[in-house]
Design a protein around this ligand. Structure first.
Ligand code: F6R
Length: 236
């Protein structure tokens, strides 16, 4: 696992955007695994701005989002599909039929497989070490499935996206599993801000998989880049 620390979230997000754009120039059929939440917003802003200026072609790119809330419509303002449309998909020339979200009744892992697998998987990390919505207790062989969000995740998401109102936060989601995530060829995990300090210092110290800290599974993958700002990783 390689760690790369930047002073600011802006610099880190620009670095990762440039890395993706570089890959996209080499491979117009890039398959991206995408995350939602506050962390990748600046990355998506950078990719959107690039499209405005350089018109980088996304028309053959396939995307596979990590997760989606259950119990709300895909067109709900709080759905992850809406989030992706707003922050990225509507700002670039990706074909909407090339964008995918896990859904009940679809074998998402098989769909990803059939399309040749994910080239680059973007991840955030929960304050409790979750990746996707693989909460503590998730197993290494977990596939895309319905998951219960922990109280901590519900509270964090309420504060960030639901005006602090836990009642509005869906309590379940459908999420790629740890096994699904580890199948990606390259993984880039982003972590910004002081609230991620504990998770990042734990990630740096892990030596083996610990199901109570799902991000520890990344130690088993051969190409993981962890990109942080100086608040998430203090010893700059
Ligand atoms: C989102 C996802 C989650 C988030 C994590 C961090 O698709 O799978 O694992 O990446 O909860 O969320 P933020 O970025 O809001 O701190």
């Amino acid at each position: 696992m390689e760690f790369k620390k930047f002073k600011t979230e802006d610099e880190a997000s620009k670095y990762v955007a440039d890395l993706i754009l570089e890959e996209l120039k080499q491979n117009s059929k890039l398959k991206l695994g995408l995350a939602t939440g506050s962390t990748p917003i600046k990355l998506y802003n950078n990719l959107s701005n690039d499209y405005k200026i350089n018109k980088t072609n996304w028309s053959s790119v396939l995307s596979f989002n990590l997760d989606e809330y259950l119990g709300i419509d895909k067109n709900d303002p709080q759905s992850y599909q809406t989030f992706m449309n707003e922050h990225l998909f509507s700002n670039i020339n990706i074909s909407i039929e090339n964008t995918h979200f896990p859904k009940i009744g679809i074998d998402y892992d098989e769909l990803i497989n059939k399309n040749g697998g994910i080239d680059i998987q973007i991840l955030g990390i929960g304050t409790n070490g979750h990746i996707g919505f693989n909460e503590p207790g998730s197993s290494l062989d977990s596939k895309t499935r319905i998951v219960d969000l922990t109280q901590e995740t519900i509270q964090v998401n309420a504060d960030k996206f639901f005006d602090g109102d836990q009642k509005q936060v869906p309590k379940q989601a459908i999420s790629m599993g740890i096994d699904s995530i580890l199948k990606a060829k390259k993984i880039i995990l982003l972590a910004f801000g002081a609230s991620k300090k504990w998770a990042i210092s734990k990630l740096k110290s892990i030596i083996s998989f610990d199901s109570n800290f799902p991000a520890s599974s990344l130690i088993l993958h051969k190409d993981v880049l962890v990109v942080t700002d100086s608040e998430a990783e203090l010893d700059l």
